[in-house]
Design a protein around this ligand. Structure first.
Ligand SMILES: Cc1cc2nc3c(=O)[nH]c(=O)nc-3n(C[C@H](O)[C@H](O)[C@H](O)COP(=O)(O)OP(=O)(O)OC[C@H]3O[C@@H](n4cnc5c(N)ncnc54)[C@H](O)[C@@H]3O)c2cc1C
Length: 322
């Protein structure tokens, strides 16, 4: 077989589901995946494509593209995710949020994804635009919960669906039991896996896994993909806290602040090295605990995630599965 042919044989089929793709890795190293955001302008788009090409050489199991609150990035998300499907070797997953859309608009959006060759959707409710913690108001002709959108997507045909899960509970859930019950309902409605909100304490992930298995063993057997982000500066701490929906654990903050030093200027190189080290330790623990995949928030940069992967021994540019 020529090198070219063997490379083509490794390409994931566009209609492959994320869950099937993860099954291909059984018995091999734990796969990784990455999250991108729709860029704001041409410079951002060039940066995104540099990151895409860099990750492509590292063979992620899949890549996901977020969707701006209330449809603010609709056209860019659809166009760029379509380009990922058409012009790269990657398996793309498009995020789809219900907030601000009627069911008719959601159906049309789902149709645009299908037309662009995208068959994997991460189905979410979304947060109120402008203030994620503000009052949730359903679109008058829309859906109340992600579970309903999972059913709509599944009814429309050839789509594979993932949903969000929350190791520390969703911020609107009164308690963890309520939160787990509704996660189980989304999985039962047809979702094949979940991706968690980012966290820095692996215990929260392990407890979520125990809760869902305890509540519904069949749904609990579906992959729960943990989300991570290497912190690269004290400035990204705030972004990380927004994405976690919680303050960072005191021990993590203390490590980053110690690395920053006591001088008038932050020791940026030391903070970055400590952030990469913290992400490496979390990732290693997740691998040891049998996580099905490591999903990295990249903010459209490849370097920090690549460094964590190198620390984990993933430096090889050959795929884990042939
Ligand atoms: C991995 C990941 C990716 C994300 N990507 C994006 C993105 O691209 N764009 C974006 O805008 N946001 C994104 N988000 C944020 C997400 O949209 C918000 O966290 C949102 O608040 C929750 O979405 P959900 O799909 O979990 O909602 P739901 O599953 O609908 O849950 C919302 C709340 O309602 C409760 N609930 C659910 N069903 C019921 C019911 N039947 N009765 C009573 N209560 C119920 C849940 O417990 C929860 O408290 C992402 C989140 C994660 C974890």
């Amino acid at each position: 077989m020529t090198g070219e042919r063997s490379e083509a044989a490794r390409l994931p089929s566009r209609t492959l589901s994320v869950a099937q793709r993860l099954r291909e890795y059984r018995g091999h190293r734990v796969p990784f995946s990455v999250e991108f955001n729709p860029p704001r302008d041409a410079a951002g788009e060039s940066r995104l494509w540099r990151a895409v090409r860099e990750f492509e050489r590292l063979h992620p199991a899949f890549v996901s593209m977020t969707y701006g609150a209330g449809g603010s990035t609709k056209d860019r998300t659809v166009r760029i995710t379509g380009e990922l499907a058409a012009e790269t070797t990657l398996l793309p997953v498009a995020h789809l949020t219900a907030v601000g859309h009627s069911i008719a608009e959601l159906r049309s959006l789902i149709g645009s994804y299908a037309d662009s060759g995208i068959h994997n959707l991460l189905v979410l409710r979304g947060d109120p635009p402008g203030d994620p913690l503000g009052e949730w108001r359903k679109h008058p002709d829309g859906v109340e919960y992600a579970e309903e959108l999972v059913r709509i997507v599944r009814d429309l045909g050839d789509f594979h669906v993932g949903v969000a899960s929350f190791p520390q509970g969703h911020h609107r859930s009164p308690d963890l039991d309520h939160d787990t019950r509704h996660l189980a309902a989304k999985l039962r409605a047809g979702a094949e896996y979940s991706i968690t909100q980012m966290f820095f304490d692996v215990e929260h992930y392990l407890r979520l896994r125990d809760r869902i298995v305890g509540m519904d063993p069949a749904e609990g057997a579906k992959p729960i993909i943990p989300e991570l982000m290497p912190i690269t500066s004290l400035r990204t701490v705030q972004r990380a806290e927004e994405l976690c929906g919680r303050a960072l654990p005191a021990a993590v903050l203390a490590r980053l602040r110690r690395a920053a030093g006591t001088g008038p200027r932050e020791d940026t190189a030391a903070v970055r090295a400590e952030g990469i080290q913290i992400a490496t330790e979390i990732a290693q623990r997740l691998i040891d605990e049998g996580a099905p995949c490591l999903h990295f928030i990249t903010l459209n940069f490849a370097k920090a995630t690549s460094e964590v992967l190198t620390n984990l021994g993933y430096a090889s540019r050959t795929p884990a599965v042939a």
